[in-house]
Write a protein that binds this ligand. Structure first.
Ligand SMILES: [Zn+2]
Length: 430
């Protein structure tokens, strides 16, 4: 560790552990996959110690950011934890009455991570842990492979602490996100291939160059950041865990670590969480996890993505097996949604709650609608929809109705637009 001051955070992380074969490695080890079975390493904690430390420090003394329950995060360097992602997390849990009325759900909430800081997506939580880990290792650089949001989070969080960021995108990326990374000073490369091909190339690159990659070589640490979303939901519901949490899935980090976080709060006696069902939404054009859950399969079969929801276009989800365990052990379910319904759900969320999301958020709203229609979510159940990314970053992809050619824009024609809008005919004439 490069933490020369020798100051430790109150992290209670103990070691790296393989979820498949229980092999173990030191927390200081830079291995990220199990040498015996190649499964990604998970992080283990001393929960007895965590319980006593959490009880000893009142909530009022704790920061309102991702480090609020630092005991349950893997960063042991005090200076790294203090420097990174100080504004990430603590996003609003919105009581969504108007959207709920549309979906027939009377106790609906939106966990709005589209307002996360600094980069307007849930990825600020996970990349925050990876950047802190990179500092802890004494790195000067950090890379990532990204469908979009991991890139902007890495570019922004790395810039803020003086690490040189490298962002690698697949060929079919959302261009505004790449431009954002360039504007933040990152070296940006568009890989010739889809996300899964870019991911394989980056795994070779991290081994060849030693550049730590946020979501490859730092992945065990990165993934732990996702737990903070669940801690916040439970605390904001008055230390009650909801009946349902509906999440999007790409690589599967979010849902698998939300499951872990709920188990932790239960084990620490902070909340009764065993009744919470976890549900997954994916676009029909990239739904390997949903397909396996719905069909009751044992293993996820990779797909070649074909969807406008680029941030969910991962055909070979790295944490897929953990998602199956998370959903099935809690009696949850899954739904896939065609691109057209994703766009409609984005508009519905925007027009009922004022939350502008990217297609990933539309996917989750549309999936919730299907689960409610199937009776898997009942009208009075407390339900949380996770909106993971901001629509401002994907505006280039939004459908817009143009002003008709040759028609002057004056008071008379504008009045026609008003009349049409009152009747619910159009939503845009820009
Ligand atoms: Zn193993």
């Amino acid at each position: 560790m490069s933490d020369t001051a020798g100051l430790r955070s109150s992290s209670c992380a103990t070691e790296l552990v393989c979820p498949a074969c229980d092999s173990r490695a030191e927390l200081t080890d830079t291995a990220f996959r199990c040498p015996r079975c190649d499964a990604g390493f998970d992080i283990e904690y001393d929960y007895e110690l965590a319980k006593s430390r959490i009880e000893a420090r009142p909530l009022s003394d704790r920061p309102r950011n991702v480090w609020r329950f630092e005991e349950l995060l893997p960063i042991v360097s005090r200076s790294a934890a203090d420097r990174v992602a100080r504004f990430a997390g603590q996003t609003p849990l919105i009581r969504a009455e108007r959207l709920g009325a549309e979906l027939g759900l009377r106790n609906l909430y939106v966990k709005d991570d589209s307002t996360n800081r600094p980069s307007l997506s849930y990825k600020d939580r996970v990349v925050g842990m990876a950047v802190a880990r990179a500092l802890e290792l004494g790195a000067a650089e950090i890379g990532c492979v990204s469908t979009g949001n991991v890139g902007t989070a890495t570019a922004s969080l790395a810039a803020a602490v003086g690490l040189k960021p490298y962002v690698f995108y697949p060929a079919n990326l959302e261009r505004a996100k790449a431009r954002g990374c360039r504007a933040l000073g990152a070296q940006v490369c568009q890989v010739d291939g889809n996300y899964d091909e870019a991911n394989r190339a980056c795994r070779e690159l991290t081994e060849a160059t030693g550049i730590p990659f946020a979501n490859i070589s730092l992945r065990p640490f990165y993934a732990e950041g996702a737990k903070t979303l669940a801690y916040e939901v439970v605390e904001d519901l008055g230390w009650n865990s909801p009946d349902h949490i509906v999440m999007p899935a790409a690589g599967g980090t979010l849902s698998s670590r939300v499951h872990k976080a709920l188990l932790e709060f239960e084990a620490l006696g902070l909340a009764e969480t065993s009744g919470t069902k976890l549900h997954i939404g994916q676009p029909t054009g990239c739904s390997p996890i949903v397909k396996t859950i719905v069909e009751g399969g044992a293993e996820i079969v990779p797909q070649v993505p074909e969807t406008l929801a680029q941030s969910l276009a991962i055909g070979s989800p790295g944490d897929g097996p953990l998602v199956l365990e998370a959903v099935r052990s809690r009696g949850g379910s899954a739904a896939d949604v065609p691109d057209g319904e994703i766009l409609e759900a984005m508009e519905l969320l925007a027009s009922t709650e004022g939350v502008l999301t990217e297609p990933a958020g539309g996917t989750t709203v549309a999936a919730t609608m299907k689960l409610a229609q199937r009776g898997l979510i009942r009208p009075d159940d407390v339900t949380v929809i996770v909106v993971s990314g901001n629509g401002l970053k994907t505006l280039n992809e939004q459908p817009v109705k143009p002003w008709p050619e040759g028609v002057p824009c004056n008071a008379a024609t504008m009045e026609e637009v008003v009349v049409e809008f009152r009747e619910g005919g159009v939503t845009s004439s820009v």
